[in-house]
Design a protein around this ligand. Structure first.
Ligand code: IPE
Ligand code: IPE
Ligand code: MG
Length: 234
């Protein structure tokens, strides 16, 4: 079982389009998949689940779609967080939250503090998140913490200390739904050695058995981390 699974939840718009529905209905359906997956991951013993909900590039979408996505995010925080808390889930939000409304920022803060002490699944939502933004903010935080040091002294482990999700195990498995085979500026630092799994299923169709299939593909891979197969077998 992978300890840390990250998912690029893609294909909501196409799911809706196929049914002659507005794209937003696809996003609403996508939220259902999230709820099911969170419960499933907690029950099969995944330690951390990280979901890409909104990228730094998604602001380029039509204003109406952006507004509706922000509304859905707020509603989900208001409606779902107490249930997550009852289920001992710890909720984290990563990304540049200064881009969000005051109200959304307040609810993000409330959700994180409410679930802070929970010891079950760590659920991270990446919102206004970009992997490049993350690397830059890590360097900036490091410099703030070490005002007398020069970036020339910086090591990989310094970045790992300040990058988002530093307190979690590294990403073991990345799943992308919706058929595209790209990273779209997700966790580029944290996925340096992740196994990738792509499926044509659209996110609103993705369910428990789709997840189990991804995990079983993961279980059959040999993770060599630069070594030879013989070394790994030792
Ligand atoms: C992913 O689904 C959700 C977000 C990016 C918010 P899309 O909205 O990208 O769906 P497609 O790719 O257009 O089908
Ligand atoms: C990636 O999906 C971002 C999220 C799933 C939130 P996109 O649909 O925005 O990715 P691109 O632009 O097609 O690569
Ligand atoms: Mg997409």
């Amino acid at each position: 079982m992978p300890e840390h699974v990250a998912i690029i939840m893609d294909g909501n718009g196409r799911w809706a389009k196929k049914r002659f529905l507005p794209r937003f209905v696809g996003h609403q359906k996508g939220l259902n998949s999230v709820k099911r997956l969170v419960a499933h991951c907690a029950s099969v013993g995944v330690k951390a689940l990280t979901l890409f909900a909104f990228s730094t590039e998604n602001w380029r979408r039509p204003q109406d779609e952006v507004n509706k996505l922000m509304g859905l995010f707020l509603k989900a925080l208001q409606k779902e967080v107490s249930k997550l808390n009852e289920n001992n889930v710890r909720l984290l939000i990563i990304g540049d939250r200064s881009g969000f409304s005051e109200e959304l920022q307040t609810h993000i803060h409330l959700a994180e503090s409410l679930t802070e002490k929970n010891t079950g699944l760590v659920l991270t939502i990446a919102a206004n998140y970009g992997g490049r933004w993350d690397i830059v903010q890590a360097v900036q935080q490091w410099q703030l913490a070490h005002p007398d040091s020069s970036v020339a002294e910086m090591t990989e482990s310094d970045i790992s200390d300040f990058i988002s999700l530093s307190e979690l195990p590294e990403v073991d498995l990345l799943i992308r739904t919706g058929g595209e085979q790209r990273v779209s500026n997700f966790l580029i630092w944290q996925m340096a050695y992740a196994e990738f799994y792509f499926t044509d299923e659209l996110w609103p169709e993705f369910n428990e058995s789709s997840f189990d299939k991804a995990v079983s593909s993961f279980a059959h891979r040999e993770r060599r981390f630069g070594k030879t197969s013989e070394q790994v077998a030792q």
